[in-house]
Design a protein around this ligand. Structure first.
Ligand SMILES: Nc1nc2c(ncn2[C@@H]2O[C@H](COP(=O)(O)OP(=O)(O)OP(=O)(O)O)[C@@H](O)[C@H]2O)c(=O)[nH]1
Ligand SMILES: [Mg+2]
Length: 378
């Protein structure tokens, strides 16, 4: 146990002020927040984690409000996390959610938090995941993640849920063709809200084409109609395994391969494998000649020493030619570095700007399972 054991004990006693303090720590990714989240992890696994997503104005917050009321009437406690990936601060939409949710304000069985995109989508998904962990560990029966927007960051956030509802409204222009494929994929239940509007039948017909086996439920959230049925449908859905972080936010940027001669290596990579060099450059800072070979997303970088005291020359002397490093793009480099440093990882340099102007750091192989890792700001 670390120094968060006192806080955790308070949380387990049901202390609301401790919960609020812990939530604020996690939202701000403050010192000790990663440790707290990892210490809370073993205490999780009880809560049902629901996601509500969909286009702006579809009625997500109204629906969430109704679901909270229904669960409360059954004696269950509910934690709500309202996430807005598009907003750098708590903007109008979230403020509206807070006001609407005020009917639950004095209810100790409901705990509501808003999250806005302070740093980056990946950072947001991570903080949201830690908040889910907190609510689960603190004993809430149900945790609801509501998120605005329809981009990748929303999908990353909603993957944290075990069962996700995609809320759509008829005649709002957010027809199925316009929905991002990722959002359609992540849905476990399709909700046609505002079923009091014309176009409901048409939307349902269109949805049948893409939903497959997945259920479609009609609701009029503003009137409380269809909510019980929705809860029953959700109750029959298989729960996905709990995701603790949005892995999809981190991507491979390139693989760095140390070679004695770029020209010679290109005989294999260009002529035999069929890749094409997009750029050759000399990076004075690292004393390397680089040839970049795009792969469709990530790329291979062939690295040749440009001076005898180059790190690449030393690497080849010691280990021979071969994989020198793996470079991963992270959504928030500074946050990643802070987290790694707090956990005791060996970061080899302060974040600095590379040839393309992007920030990067290297992490020592002793921390990564044996491979030199470059982390790059996306
Ligand atoms: N007619 C009708 N109006 C609804 C229904 N559900 C919600 N509304 C109204 O639609 C508006 C938007 O609802 P919200 O719940 O704020 O929608 P949201 O998806 O959370 O919106 P954002 O957070 O801005 O993305 C509000 O004025 C609601 O009162 C419904 O079933 N029928
Ligand atoms: Mg809302």
């Amino acid at each position: 146990m670390g120094d968060s054991s006192g806080l955790i004990a308070e949380l387990l006693r049901g202390d609301r002020r401790a919960l609020a303090r812990a939530a604020t720590l996690i939202e701000n990714s403050g010192p000790g927040s990663a440790t707290l989240a990892s210490e809370l992890k073993p205490l999780t696994g009880r809560a049902l984690i629901l996601g509500i997503t969909g286009a702006p104005g579809a009625g997500k917050s109204t629906l969430c409000d109704r679901l909270v009321a229904l669960h409360r009437s059954e004696g269950k406690t509910v934690g709500v996390i309202a996430v807005d990936p598009s907003s750098p601060v708590s903007g109008g939409a979230i403020l509206g959610d807070r006001i609407r949710m005020q009917q639950h304000h004095d209810d100790p069985g409901v705990f509501i938090r808003s999250m806005a995109a302070r740093g980056t989508p990946g950072g947001l998904a991570r903080a949201t995941g830690d908040l889910v962990t907190l609510f689960d560990a603190a004993g809430f029966d149900v945790v609801i993640i509501e998120t605005v927007g329809v981009g990748q960051s929303e999908v990353d956030v909603v993957r944290l849920a075990q069962i996700t509802m995609l809320v759509m409204a008829p005649g709002s222009g957010d027809d199925i063709q316009a929905m991002k494929a990722g959002v359609m994929e992540v849905a476990d239940v399709f909700v046609i809200n505002k079923a009091d509007y014309p176009g409901t039948d048409k939307l349902e017909q269109e949805l049948h084409g893409v939903a497959g086996e997945r259920p479609i439920v009609r609701t009029v959230a503003s009137e409380g109609q269809g909510i019980r049925e929705l809860t029953q449908v959700v109750g029959r859905c298989p729960r996905k395994e709990r995701q603790f972080a949005a892995a999809s936010a981190v991507r491979i940027d390139h693989l760095g391969i140390a070679v004695k001669s770029v020209d010679q290596a290109l005989q294999f990579y260009e002529e035999q494998l069929g890749l094409t060099v997009s750029l050759r450059e000399v990076v004075d800072q690292e004393k390397v000649n680089v040839a970049m070979l795009p792969l469709g997303g990530p790329r291979i970088e062939l690295l040749e020493a440009s001076a005898p005291d180059s790190v690449i020359a030393k690497f080849i002397d010691k280990r021979g030619e071969g994989l020198h490093h793996v470079a991963l793009k992270v959504p928030d480099l500074r946050a990643a570095v802070a987290r790694l440093q707090a956990a005791g990882a060996r970061i080899l340099n302060e974040p600095r700007a590379g040839a393309g102007g992007h920030l990067y750091v290297f992490v020592h192989p002793s921390s990564t399972g044996g491979v030199l890792l470059e982390l790059i700001q996306a």
